[in-house]
Ligand binder design. Structure first.
Ligand code: ADE
Length: 217
């Protein structure tokens, strides 16, 4: 699985992608993350990437030329890569969508818009428009991290085998997870449910199914 993230703010993305599970999976070779600096495709001596909207209005929009040049530079190396655009106008990102993306051994290009928006003509190059939710963020960097994170944890071999598969199968039914506990068996008077200490797998599974929490979406 490969992600190419086109951004003006690589420094905001690096710390997360170089930590924990995201780092481990890159180290194992299961995940490749590459950054493309949109600024390098900017226009003129100031490497400008944005301009004011025709028809008036606040703020600046990403221009077509740098965006097309940046995306096309990646497509020139891999014509099959798919372009994802995080936008509040996109389809809602869900666990089901994450599963679909994780099932393809694909190269995804994530274009992170910034400023007030983008010239509508960039949609010509976009395969998927994705919204993280009914709110507006300042740019596509946080959505990019959330999409990468939720896809990567579903890749085969990333999470510990059976347990996560079990949780996933519950989530198929619209249930998300059951309550879990670790040592100590009693903390400040709060006891771990007896059945979980019993070693009886049938009863434990029954208890887990019965106590699975419904997802909020
Ligand atoms: N860019 C700004 N807000 C966003 C959102 N909610 N989802 C995806 N991209 C965005």
């Amino acid at each position: 699985m490969k992600f190419t993230i086109i951004t003006l703010f690589e420094e905001a993305l690096r710390p997360y992608l170089n930590s924990s599970m995201m780092y481990k999976e890159q180290d194992k070779g299961l995940l490749e993350v590459e950054f493309v600096n949109l600024r390098e495709f900017g226009l003129g001596p100031h490497k400008s990437v944005d301009d004011t909207p025709y028809g008036g209005g606040d703020g600046m929009l990403l221009r077509c030329e740098p965006v097309f040049a940046a995306i096309e530079s990646v497509l020139a190396r891999d014509k099959d890569a798919k372009v994802i655009l995080p936008t509040p106008a996109g389809e809602l990102w869900t666990q089901q969508k994450a599963r679909g993306f994780a099932a393809e051994d694909a190269h995804y290009i994530i274009l992170c818009p910034h400023y007030e928006g983008y010239d509508e003509r960039i949609l010509e190059l976009v395969d998927y428009q994705i919204s993280l939710g009914p709110y507006v963020l300042t740019g596509g960097e946080l959505p990019a991290l959330i999409m990468v994170d939720s896809i990567v944890r579903l890749l085969p071999g990333v999470l510990g085998g059976e347990t996560s598969a079990e949780i996933e199968s519950f989530s198929e039914e619209g249930l998300i997870e059951f309550p879990q506990y670790t040592k100590p068996a009693e903390f400040r008077g709060m006891k771990v449910p007896e059945v979980l200490l019993s070693g009886h797998h049938g009863k434990i599974n029954e208890w887990r199914k019965a106590n699975s929490k419904k997802a909020a979406y």
